[in-house]
Design a protein around this ligand. Sequence first.
Ligand SMILES: C[S@@+](CC[C@H](N)C(=O)[O-])C[C@H]1O[C@@H](n2cnc3c(N)ncnc32)[C@H](O)[C@@H]1O
Length: 253
Amino acid sequence: MKQRDTSWNKVAGWYGKKVGDSGHFYHEQTILPLLKKYLEENNVRKLLDLGCGQGVVERVFVGEEYVGVDLSSSLLSQAQRSKKNVKSRFVHADASKSLPIKDTDFDCAVSVLALQNIENYEGVINNFAKHVKKGGSLVLVLNHPYYRIPRASGWMVLQGNSKQVRWISDYLKVKRIPITMNPGAKGRRQTVTWSFHVPLSYYIKCLSQNGFYVDGLEELVSSKESVGKFANRENIAREEIPLFMFITAKKVN
Ligand SMILES: C[S@@+](CC[C@H](N)C(=O)[O-])C[C@H]1O[C@@H](n2cnc3c(N)ncnc32)[C@H](O)[C@@H]1O
């Protein structure tokens, strides 16, 4: 497979604004409260964040030491400008390759909505294994790998009983998927980022090969209530089909 530049530099302005200081809607409502609770309950003092973007995790982390890694220099500049702890470090590097970081004693590592934007997820998990201390932990926040495969999943309404259901295709196939960030624009003005789909079992196998034991898995639904003509069936579907997966693991060796 040809290596893609999956940096979000070209959409950094747009993404930075969308996330803002406290995160986009799903960061704020769904992901960050759970992540914050996990980090606090596990007494995480030193945190590594791979694919940290503009630093939204740094701003909710209350521990002592934070290192964020990203391939987009523009997002890292935003992160640097809005960091909460002066000691936090942001590193410009490919999270799937050997990192310019010496520390191998992180209490925990996270990747929030970034692993599926990196073609070589194995390299990222390898880095987690290298830099997290024995007994430390890992949190992966993914777009739900069954239900949210870009271009291979979507909503439909069953004829007959008007139930809203989710269709899925190509689940077992490894896919690289272009995502047009500004679908309204024409031709060369369109901006594309890349998403990479692998079945859930690939992540679990790779974690286990790297000495991680999965000890938690949450499936998070959207809290965005529908209004309007089809609100009833949309809200039923929203409460049944998760948007995100929150995986936790411990490094056992
Ligand atoms: C959807 S954004 C998530 C950013 C951040 N974790 C958040 O929740 O706002 C995906 C991030 O992955 C980063 N990324 C993509 N490929 C990367 C790579 N090979 N190494 C490091 N970061 C990468 C992008 O630059 C972008 O910041």
